[in-house]
Design a protein around this ligand. Structure first.
Ligand SMILES: Cc1cc2nc3c(=O)[nH]c(=O)nc-3n(C[C@H](O)[C@H](O)[C@H](O)COP(=O)(O)OP(=O)(O)OC[C@H]3O[C@@H](n4cnc5c(N)ncnc54)[C@H](O)[C@@H]3O)c2cc1C
Length: 508
């Protein structure tokens, strides 16, 4: 899955066909005034539509891709929910308050209190509902965490097939509404513009573009924007998060249209300042975004570090054995272009446990690492002395020489300058090695501002009539703040989408 293209997801409306709604086109749909148009049939949009239909609303889902499901096709589907039935059955005492406190701890008190409160309160009912409809978590779950900063309580859950297990449930719930005509699915139709009443700015419809590139206006009493984030749109990523996104591991339809629609309607964007990268991508080449060759194992409780980590000046910037994903992510976020290097020597190469593992491009073994050094693969550097190594890698040579000397002295004295205690070997035996590491991103931190009813709001706090939003479009900086609490994208998308359809949207 090195490069995902839109073509992969334009598959002749497979899901739509299964639901028996082939032939639905916006040309036909334009004659109806929909109670609700849902823009984007993904993790947030599907429950919005399902629960609105259960209340009797006549709903159209406008979906740009050829299939429904959005990011759930790729997502690991990891969810966090507190106070669930599953937790009670396992004797775990947890609550939305504890969940809230954990997210605030991990985000350094930067998550939006109002929206976070809404998300943690909505999580357990949505998760219980998912289980009632047949969702099966992994036997040993819930857990406190793995690849993200651990929670204080075991509340972290996913299924064997990641996001696809969630999608299976949603598709099953959607089908009867499609068959009854309550929900109309328009795949292969892209939302391009909202229609608003003059004066009040109330949303009255949506302009879509069909597969033949024709613009068609649909009429609606309410519109819910659930079109996901912008991680597949490098320009928008740079604009809102102030840094490049290096990898292409995300859903190709995550182009950020919802932010543009929200802005054009009079809303505003927030949260990008909380940008939080994932640590540890080994990139395929210097094109950004590009494929991810491998990932670094950098969580010290699982693999205590043998190497040092340096920035472009050759300086260490982090106590490498700090037992925190967040510390790694925050440290990387401060470096130019979010890039650093693992540096080590021949003894460490021979004795340390594997540093790299497979990434989004498939498996990765020690033999692959050996080959990469031998071939001079992009990002892999080897040299007989540290100065030459630095020159090859693009690190300041004198900086690296000074840093390695200082690290070795600290290690001999048992007193590391940054407080590191795992000091298994000096960096002293040629040849020397460096592996370039970059950030990678799966989430959009900026999104449209909403109030506690998930109504899209203007800067003065007033709601734009008839316009709602949920999912990644709210911006992870709002729900997660500056950090990456696990499962806080999949779960809020699903649970707030459900809340929107079930309660928050008002139908006349
Ligand atoms: C590889 C990967 C792994 C992840 N793993 C996790 C995880 O384990 N836990 C977690 O919490 N988060 C994870 N995430 C993030 C999480 O999956 C998403 O943030 C979340 O599912 C987003 O849901 P959504 O409904 O907001 O957006 P999506 O599911 O992306 O749905 C948006 C929909 O809108 C459609 N759309 C876009 N533009 C238009 C348009 N112009 N007109 C009509 N439709 C449009 C899209 O095609 C899509 O179907 C992961 C993300 C990725 C990419």
């Amino acid at each position: 899955m090195s490069t995902l293209s839109k073509r992969d997801f334009i598959v002749g409306a497979g899901v739509t066909m299964a639901l028996g709604v082939m032939g639905n086109t916006a040309q036909a749909a334009r004659h109806t005034t929909w109670d609700l148009i849902v823009v984007g049939g993904g993790n947030a949009g599907l429950p919005t539509a399902i629960f609105a239909a259960e209340r009797g609303a006549k709903v159209a889902i406008v979906e740009a891709a050829g299939i429904l499901g959005g990011t759930l096709h790729l997502s690991s589907g990891q969810m966090s929910a507190a106070g669930t039935r599953l937790q009670r059955q396992r004797g775990i005492i947890d609550s939305p308050d504890l969940h809230y406190a954990d997210v605030m701890r991990i985000s350094k008190n930067t998550a939006n209190p109002e929206i976070l409160r809404l998300a943690v309160n909505a999580a357990a009912p949505a998760f219980d509902w998912l289980m009632d409809q047949g969702f099966k978590p992994i036997d040993t779950h819930p857990i406190t965490g793995t690849t993200h900063e651990p929670y204080s309580q075991p509340r972290y859950v996913w299924g064997r097939n990641g996001g696809r297990d969630i999608l299976e449930v949603l598709n099953r719930q959607l089908a009867p509404h499609v068959q009854s005509g309550r929900i109309t699915v328009l795949t292969g139709h892209s939302a391009v513009e909202l229609v608003q009443a003059r004066g009040s700015g109330a949303v009255t419809g949506l302009v879509v573009r069909d597969a033949d590139n024709r613009k068609i206006t649909l009429h609606a009493r309410q519109v819910a924007l659930t079109s996901g984030g912008y991680t597949a749109n490098p320009q928008m990523f740079l604009k809102y998060e102030g840094t490049r996104t290096h990898t292409r591991a995300t859903y190709p339809f995550s182009q950020g249209i919802g932010l543009e629609l929200g802005l054009a309607a009079g809303g505003y964007i927030r949260g990008g300042e909380h940008h939080t990268p994932l640590f540890g991508a080994v990139l395929a080449d210097d094109q950004s975004p590009t494929a991810m060759r491998a990932m670094a194992r950098h969580f010290p409780p699982e693999r205590p570090p043998w190497e040092i980590l340096v920035n472009g000046q050759g300086q260490r910037f982090l106590r490498e054995d700090i037992p925190s994903h967040d510390a790694y992510e925050m440290a990387l976020a401060r470096l130019p272009d979010e890039r650093c290097w693992f540096v080590f020597d021949e003894t460490i190469r021979l004795q340390a446990p594997p540093l790299l593992r497979g990434g989004f491009s498939g498996p990765w073994t020690d033999a692959d690492t050996e080959r990469a050094f031998a071939d001079g693969t992009y990002g892999f550097h080897r040299a007989t002395d540290l100065r030459a190594l630095a020159q090859r890698a693009g690190i300041d040579p004198q900086g690296l020489l000074d840093t390695v000397a200082s690290y070795n002295r600290g290690r001999d004295a048992g007193k590391d300058a940054l407080g590191r205690t795992h000091l298994p070997a000096p960096i002293a035996t040629a040849p020397f090695y460096a592996i370039a590491i970059n950030s990678w991103n799966l989430l959009s931190y900026a999104g449209v501002a909403v109030d506690a009813q998930l109504r899209v709001i203007r800067r003065d706090g007033s709601a734009i009539p008839n316009l709602y939003a949920a999912g990644e479009l709210l911006g992870m900086g709002t729900v997660m703040g500056n950090g990456m609490p696990g499962g806080m994208s999949v779960m809020p998308a699903l649970s707030l989408g459900r809340l929107l359809g079930k309660e928050l949207i008002t139908f006349a």
